[in-house]
Ligand binder design. Sequence first.
Ligand code: PEP
Ligand code: MN
Length: 338
Amino acid sequence: MIIVLNNATKQEDVDSFVEKLHSDGLQTHISAGEHTTIIGLVGDTSRLDIGTIQALPFVEDVKRISEPYKAANRKFHPMDTIVDISGKTKIGEGTFSVIAGPCSVETEEQMTEVARDVKASGATLLRGGAFKPRTSPYSFQGLEGRGLELLLLAKKEVGLPVVTEIMDINTLDMFADVDVIQVGARNMQNFNLLKELGKCDKPILLKRGLANTIQEWLMSAEYIMAGGNNNVILCERGIRTFETKTRNTLDISAVPMLKKLTHLPVIVDPSHATGLSWMVPTLAKTAVPAGADGIMVEVHNDPAKAWCDGDQSLDPKQFDDLMKDLKKRVEFEGKKIV
Ligand code: PEP
Ligand code: MN
């Protein structure tokens, strides 16, 4: 429920009203603007009588809202959230971020080479998976601790902040020098993991689940934010549909929908969305007019030999071409890749 107070409401009226709401067992989020004060209520508001509240002389409007997410809701936080990445770059600042790198970290040469290439082409963050969620237990599971070491070596070499996936909260200590922690599609509803990540202050890249609605996704963001970590970036990476020609179906409409519903930054992962490298540039470019704050693209120095997701990886030349094209489109929208 949202309660909008009149312009001229006295502070003592606000205070005693808020006290009364607290004694009813509700939590309040107060947004005091220049012209209006808005009180957002969290808790069971079902016993509150809208008519009685509306009758208070200092109340301008009362609305029941159906969305169960409060912290992620744009209604309570109209301004866009800007996520600062270790003081090196920002996501959601009206700029366009490009996260690029291999699906998984394989060797020192591979990781460093790709890092140098994507940096030279203008990527703003480097990715590389060390803990890999694979459908088959017999597939390569990632280099784990050694993978993180190699990713951090590449970070040192090129100076880009790094993004990598966590699968188990017990490994969190190993992520101390990681700049953005990724929660993969398969863990979007791993609520214990989300709760623990809510207690840390690192930016979290939260991917959409394989078959999850936008509301479920926002509720997962809410789990992280409810713990006190507001640095959440949402990543649309395609969802399961009846279509089999592509690995997933990119739900590009999720981007404008999220921009309306939440203040959190939104990026698009065209690689997992299609599974086909030739289609990645096209999907990457659609993210720009859709209003996304960036993309995350898989790039490998030799996609045919990649240990994981080679079919959807761009080679450095293809990535460079994409960046040139993307730059023009981003500039056309009045933004910059930084
Ligand atoms: C990944 O980014 O490497 C990954 C496994 O993605 P997703 O969780 O979207 O499948
Ligand atoms: Mn991958």
